[in-house]
Design a protein around this ligand. Sequence first.
Ligand SMILES: *Cc1c(COP(=O)(O)O)cnc(C)c1O
Length: 365
Amino acid sequence: MSRVWNFSAGPAALPEEVLRQAAEEMLDWHGAGMGVMEMSHRGKEFVSIAEAAEADLRELLAVPANYRVLFMQGGAIAENAIIPLNLMGGKGTADYVLTGSWSVKSHKEAGRYGRVHVAASAEASGYTTVPALESWQLSADPAYLFTCTNETIGGVEYPFEPDLARIGRAGVPVVADMSSHILSRVIDVAKYGLIFGGAQKNIGPAGLTIVIVREDLLGRAMPHCPSAFDYKTVAEAGSMYNTPPTYAIYVAGLVFQWLRRQGGVAAIEARNVAKARLLYDYLDGSGFYENRVDPACRSRMNVPFFLRDESLNDAFLAGAKEAGLVQLKGHKSVGGMRASIYNAMPIEGVAALVDYMKAFAARHG
Ligand SMILES: *Cc1c(COP(=O)(O)O)cnc(C)c1O
């Protein structure tokens, strides 16, 4: 068996330790005589797995007691509808900050359920930056303000937390799509009304969506919101109103334990800073490659880059594959290359990429 360095944006690489543990427990989990996939979601074994996963996540992110953690399905794209269906009803208007493909998509979907207002947009920059908080223009009384704090496709990450108290609007709940950087850096959950993300970038297998929601935002769903998507119904049923994605929750729980063994979020953040610096420093110093994102807003998780001579793209990708470096092709809407370097990517993988890039540049420069 030989494993490659996998730079996929998602579904993405998982820690090898976690995969080994899941393999070991595949046929018989802790003497239960069956694997996790075969267990009733209401049995005591699986309930203990789900409770431990939630407790570990709460500890890792220091989630305050007045927030509920929900394990849902449908991914972040389904949440683009589920959020307005749950939160937009009373006020009828929601504000959006547009910083790239994902927030633009979220804004478009929300428009199907109520009025949407663009509080700030980075469109003029080609979505290569995050508009300064002081420039945001909120509407009079929005149900919430939506942000995507790491734009996976453009490689743009908020360099600040969207703390609306700083602009005198503390009463407006902030919603954040953190799909591609949740657990990669320390955050203050109390600054948000709702945090959500698909698991397949930085947490575990596809099929699981994590929602962390402040309790006072439960119970506001529009009458036609599907019951399985009503946060209050899901919270009251302990995420078991319908059958949850049990195996994905189990693997996510193993990843949370792995993260705790790494020293928690602050420790992994320090490693993520070092990994990102290694790659961006090389990109900036080479005349051969470039990253076009505002340096203050560059993502630590998703690093898009271009070869200045784009006619070499295919040769670059073919050589990378030969060197055991895969999934480096950029998103089709951006072009070029993209290296996603989530928590599970060790610095050795980033160093291997930089070494390959140097050798390729020397050969073709
Ligand atoms: C991947 C991603 C999505 C889409 O997630 P799905 O699970 O495919 O619905 C949405 N937002 C962000 C920021 C993402 O990275």
